[in-house]
Design a protein around this ligand. Sequence first.
Ligand code: PXP
Length: 237
Amino acid sequence: MVELGVNIDHVATLRQARRTYEPDPVWAAAEAELGGADGITVHLREDRRHINDRDVEVLRESVQCKLNLEMSIVPEIVEIVIGTKPDQATVVPERREEITTEGGLDLSHDRDRIAAVVGRLKSVGVFTSAFIDPEEKQVNLAGELGFDAIELHTGEYANACEREAGKQLGRLVRAGALAAQRGLRLHAGHGLNYRNVGPVAAIAGMRELNIGHAIVSRAVFIGLREAVREMKQLMNK
Ligand code: PXP
């Protein structure tokens, strides 16, 4: 079975549009779990533009399935993640000006710092994942730096026209095969939706997909519980 991690950052984005208390991402996490989510994913960004410190604290207490924190490697965020001890941490690049995470982390930069963060996370029992582009070099580096898993960035696949999508899928398949050889758990995410998720979920060895925007968008019309249920069904046909 391919697990579904539901990214609920977008619920917090809506709350922050009014700087109020609703909609509460903590409620969203409960609804997602009731719909069959295997994980709840949130990104505590340095600028706290959506998820805030209180959300992370309460989610740690309330989420019963896997809590996956997306994180940069700046010291403040690393300390919060170490203190929170989520089930899983996914190291992602972070630029203030971006609308959402654009592209995977380049593991050839800051290698020593990344390896040190991975070591600290693992020492407190956090499962570690690296959000990377589907490139041989990045998969190999993830293994060398000690990560337990990789999350392949599916943005280029998701944005591709029909002709190009096959080529992008091929990149994901090859990177997935290399991850298996290296003993890395295989995850993927970014830009996946109800139309394009099937081929990615079917990649050999795929274990987890992290999906946010499409699920929260559909939830506006049919409710989060049902939107999660439909996505999980599509992933495991
Ligand atoms: N995985 C990672 C590492 C991400 O940064 C994001 C976006 O926050 C997602 C998955 C989910 O992407 P989307 O919202 O496009 O489904």
